[in-house]
Design a protein around this ligand. Structure first.
Ligand code: GLY
Length: 370
């Protein structure tokens, strides 16, 4: 039950391996990349307690020695202070230009370590070993690395592709149901943005997948990664089509900012709510049928996830306040909000041509239900 998705980016091409048992084989899989039998692992304490020893054992089986560094868990780690700490630790460990660094963790670790590797000695290779569903289907693939700054999320960074991604689907068993489902928000997004048949497959199979069916998990991660790889290959540095991956994200970022990037709303939960709103907006603009947003929300509800703004606990700003937060999004180009809208399920497109009053009406109605 092992799948490989190739990301064909010329001299930066790499494979994403998906399936159970990959940590145990990490040594054999990483060895071909190494000039010497030594790697540095960067992880965070929660993930380390669960998976670091399995990774170390897998590396040791192939005779690879590993030094490891553990950072605190959580989004607050993804900043300048820990970027400096990781970079200087890698230098202290005498990681050379041709060595390989292993990022073991979720999106925070992958983004931070990837950025450290982009700047370390002007570019050192790294292997992503994503441990959350969100990281397996999104952040570990495609080479976006970076940190948050005082001004906002992901505002300093670099495109730096990994040399290999090992998405071990066994590790997903250690996620809480809520974290798994938050990652599922990004899986569902792929069906909605470009593959209606995949969305139909998810409507049928995602409940069993969330309950633990390994074959379904591998299939869902594989299709998601295939779609991401295809889009990234077309538009590596987001000059156009890569923005499709941000379906639901303009609404999501406003809701995340409004909830203080807190436990009230996880990123993937915001993506799911945002996808519903993006389809609602598309329907109101006459781009897709009114059944489409209803179908999207019905599936999100059926998965036991937050489907509407009304499901977010606590107070929120009014519609004008949320619209203002959307204006802070980094996808604003020359002051115009860029939206990902859809002509139907699986038919998303990027546009800046969205009347503000229609966005306001979608937000007002969603807040009225709260
Ligand atoms: N997560 C969106 C992207 O990689 O472009």
């Amino acid at each position: 039950m092992r799948e490989t998705v190739h990301v064909p980016l010329g001299d930066r091409a790499y494979d994403v391996l998906i399936g159970p048992g990959l940590l145990a084989e990490a040594g054999t899989l990483i060895a071909p990349l190494l000039p010497r039998q030594r790697v540095a692992i960067v992880t965070e304490t929660r993930v380390a307690a669960l998976h670091r020893d399995a990774l170390r054992a897998g590396l040791a089986d192939a005779g690879i020695e590993a030094v490891a560094m553990e950072l605190p868990p959580g989004e607050a780690t993804k900043g300048w202070a820990h970027l400096a700490q990781v970079t200087e630790w890698l230098l202290d460990q005498k990681i050379e230009r041709r060595d390989v660094v292993v990022a073991l963790g979720g999106g925070v670790i992958g983004d931070l370590v990837g950025f450290a590797c982009a700047i370390l000695r002007r570019g050192v290779r790294f292997v992503q070993v994503p441990t959350s569903l969100l990281a397996q289907v999104d952040s570990s693939v495609g080479g976006k690395t970076g940190i948050n700054t005082a001004q906002g999320k992901n505002l300093a960074g670099a495109f730096h592709q990994p040399s290999l991604v090992l998405a071990d689907t066994d590790v997903l068993a250690s996620l809480s149901a809520r974290d798994f489902l938050a990652g599922y928000g990004e899986v569902m997004k792929y069906g909605l943005l470009g593959d209606a048949a995949f969305f139909g497959w998810l409507e049928e199979n995602a409940p069993a997948m969330a309950a633990g069916d390994m074959e379904l998990r591998v299939a869902a991660v594989k299709r998601s990664v295939e779609m991401k790889a295809e889009i990234v290959t077309r538009d590596e540095t987001e000059q156009g089509d890569r923005a499709l991956l941000n379906l639901g994200h303009t609404f999501c970022h406003a809701l995340e900012a409004a909830t203080g990037y807190s436990d009230r709303l996880l990123h993937g939960e915001g993506v799911a709510v945002g996808c519903g709103l993006a389809f609602e907006l598309s329907a109101r603009l006459g781009l897709c049928s009114q059944e489409d947003p209803s179908r999207v929300r019905a599936h999100i509800k059926a998965m036991g996830m937050k489907a509407d703004i009304a499901d977010i606990p606590g107070d929120l700003p009014d519609a004008a306040g949320l619209l203002n937060l959307m204006g802070q999004d980094k996808k604003v180009v020359a002051g115009t909000l860029n939206f990902i809208l859809a002509r139907g399920i699986g038919q998303a497109f990027v546009t800046s041509d969205v009347p503000e009053d229609t966005v306001m009406s979608v937000l007002k109605d969603a807040l009225r239900d709260k």
